[in-house]
Every structure is written in C-alpha cells, then in structure tokens.
Design a protein around this ligand. Structure first.
Ligand SMILES: Cc1ncc(COP(=O)(O)O)c(C=O)c1O
Length: 394
C-alpha cells in the first residue's frame, strides 16, 4: 500500500462558527438539518479523505490495506479512548453502538434464572438484544417504565432502579443520554448501586461521546458502547466499545478468536468491511480536536439554550428535556399541545424546510431537535419562528 492520503487541513477560524459551518458543505442541502441525533454530517475534509482511502483500498487486497493501517489504527484508538479516559488497549473500534451493545449482550455468560434490567427509555435495539437473550436463555428481564422523563427527578429515577435491581441482577443496560428527549441519567449513582448487588453496567453512550464531558473510570461503568458517526461526525459505520479491564475476560463475543487473542483483540474479527472508515476517523478527530472538545460542548449547550429560551414560555409549547446544566446538551425535545409529533414534523419540513425527528412513547409524541457545530443562531431563528407561528395558529 502506498502512503496514506492526507489532504491538507484547511485553515479555519476556530472562533468563527460561520467559518466552521462552511467546512461541512451543508449549505448545499435544501433544508435546515436539525437531526444530528440520527447521524452527524461529515465535514468535507473527512469526505475527501474517505474518497481517497476508498480508492486506495479498492486497489489493494482489503487485508493488505488493513495491515498497512496498523499504526494509524492504533493512534486512532488511542485518541478515541483518550476522550473518555480509556487507554488504547481498553477500546475497540466497531461499526456502531448497536454492534458494541450486541457484543456485550450476546457475549455475557448467563445462567438460567439470572435477572437483567433495562428501561423503556433505552434504544429499542438494545432492549431487543436483551429480549432475545432473555428469551433463549431463561433470563428474567425487567423493563423499567421510564416514559415520563420530563417529570421524573433524578432521585425518582434512581429509586426506580433501586427497586428493580436485586442480588440476582447480572446486567443493567443504561442510557447515558436518552435518545428520545436527551436527558442525561444519573449514571454514577445507578452504577454504584447495581455493582454493589453484583451486576455489571453496560452504558449506551451513543449521544454523549464527543458531546458531553465524561470519563468511563469516573462513571465506574463496566462496558461502554457508542457510535462515532453521530457527535464525532466520523465516517458512517464507526463505533467504539470500551470494556473495563477487569470485565473483559468474562465476555465471550459471538466472533471468531485466533490463538493468542486476549483482551480487546477478541472484538476485532468482523471480517472484510469498510476499512477505510476506520482510517477516516483520523480527520474527524483532528477536526474536532482543533476546534476543541471543551469549546464544542459549551457551544452545543449554548445552541440549545438559544432556541429553548425563546420558546419555552410560549403558550402550548412544552419542553420535555430538563434544561439545567449537567442534565442535557444539544438533544432537546418539545411538543405543541394538540398537535401530534408526526403532523408537527411534516409541517416543519413542508412549510419551513426544517428537518428534525419525531419521537415519543405510547400515547405521547414530540419532536427532537439536535443542532450541531454546523448550526448557527440564524438557523435556529427559523425554528423559533416556525414554533411560534404553529403554536399561535391553531
Ligand atoms: C441511544 C442510542 N443507542 C443506540 C443507537 C444506535 O446507533 P447506531 O445505529 O449507530 O448503532 C442510537 C441511534 O440513534 C441511539 O440513539
């Protein structure tokens, strides 16, 4: 394999959000993108590097290309882990959060009669993975009803977990930030009580990696799953799995091993895949490192506060996410009394050119808004105007 193509990092003013937005090329889209919760948008330089890497991979046998990336793969892992206080040898790059969760859920040793816990606020496919193992291996699965996160206090949430977790509980799936309304859960407290009863905690951090400041060792969790195509705006099909060193030998992932595989090596044998995506993480990381993760976090919260401050006292508008510092970030949900989430979604798109996401629970629907580094206050003014107009008109 020849030398890796590294396009020059364009000069940009890290204090000018307009200049940062221009590096995403998002202006060519005919709508306002407020759905980074589903997936971020890669900056142009990541797309360029990916295109070149795809071409390079296409010209060589994939595994030769993969082997040629050994050094870059290691430095990527080191940088990816560093962001959450983990070492390179404690993390594996996988394809997404779903895969990272599956590796733990399907790789956990079980005994008939074990008890597992998740919540209705968790991502459906995480719950689905637990359901599948529970069904086939005789595990009792408790699903906490966390459908009213707009009204529950942290203390009430901790109490619900406290009541559900017993000394028979072996695994708890926990969302760091809920995907529907963007609420940050009291992970540290729940983890402590789960572990004191002998359970392991699997954290779904799809929405907090490269978004909310956290350290896996400080949170104390055993397993951590995230996607890198959301808030890191890395290549689609990249995710990260962290396992606390004391827990790694207990997981037998449904993957082939090679002789000598230990620790996180066990999680790498996924066959031929889009290896260029893993290499392409480099520029996604560099781009955000240049901006600065601390500054990014502040900016994302600033953007949420900007639009919610202007609509939260508007008659009929309800914000379903606690806005206090430390309780949320850029993922915020709202509803307008008397209008279903799907109607609201359609009106936002058809009448105002705004792309957001409908979400909800049985009997309750709302809109999730997720700005990103490529969102400006002037973009959010359009959202605010739309919410005011829709809420006033009916
Ligand atoms: C909380 C949460 N977990 C897991 C996922 C799945 O992510 P992926 O499709 O990248 O595996 C999502 C996707 O939106 C999510 O919001």
């Amino acid at each position: 394999m020849g030398a890796l193509y590294l396009p020059p990092l364009p000069h940009f003013d890290t204090t000018d959000w307009k200049s940062i937005k221009s590096l995403y090329g998002i202006d060519r889209y005919p709508y306002l993108h407020l759905n980074s919760g589903s997936a971020g948008i890669m900056p142009n330089l990541v797309i360029q590097q990916l295109a070149k890497l795809t071409d390079q991979m296409n010209q060589s046998p994939p595994y030769e290309f993969w082997d040629g990336l050994a050094e870059l793969r290691y430095t990527n892992r080191k940088r990816l882990g560093h962001l959450i206080g983990a070492r390179a040898d404690e993390v594996a790059v996988v394809r997404n959060t779903t895969e990272a969760i599956n590796l733990i859920v399907f790789g956990t040793h079980t005994q008939r009669g074990d008890h597992w816990v998740c919540a209705t606020s968790d991502y459906p496919y995480g719950i689905g993975a637990m359901d599948q193992v529970a069904m086939t291996q005789g595990i009792k699965l408790s699903k906490l009803p966390l459908d009213s996160l707009d009204t529950l206090t942290d203390k009430e949430i901790i109490n619900l977990y406290d009541q559900a977790i017993t000394t028979q509980t072996r695994l708890v799936l926990l969302s760091h930030m809920t995907y529907r309304e963007g609420r940050i859960l009291p992970v540290k407290e729940i983890t402590k009580l789960a572990q004191s009863r002998g359970a392991k905690v699997l954290l779904d951090a799809a929405h907090t990696y490269a978004h909310i400041d956290h350290d896996v060792k400080d949170l104390g969790i055993d397993y951590y799953a995230t996607s890198l195509h959301k808030w890191l705006t890395g290549p689609h099909g990249t995710g990260l799995l962290y396992i606390h060193p004391s827990a790694v030998e207990q997981i037998n992932p449904p993957l082939p091993y090679l002789e000598g595989d230990t620790h996180m090596d066990k999680f790498g044998h996924l066959g031929t895949r889009a290896f260029q995506n893993i290499a392409g993480l480099e520029y996604a990381l560099t781009f955000q490192e240049v901006i600065g993760f601390r500054k990014k976090r502040r900016r994302l919260k600033e953007l949420s506060d900007y639009w919610t401050d202007q609509v939260r006292h508007t008659p009929r508008v309800k914000i379903l996410t606690p806005l206090a510092k430390g309780k949320s970030g850029a993922v915020v949900a709202f509803s307008i009394d008397g209008i279903s989430g799907s109607v609201l979604l359609k009106r936002l798109y058809d009448e105002y050119g705004i792309h957001a996401k409908v979400s909800g629970y049985p009997g309750k629907s709302f809109i999730r808004v997720t700005p990103n580094l490529f969102t400006l206050e002037s973009d959010l003014d359009k959202l605010v105007a739309a919410i005011h107009a829709i809420a006033a008109a009916e």
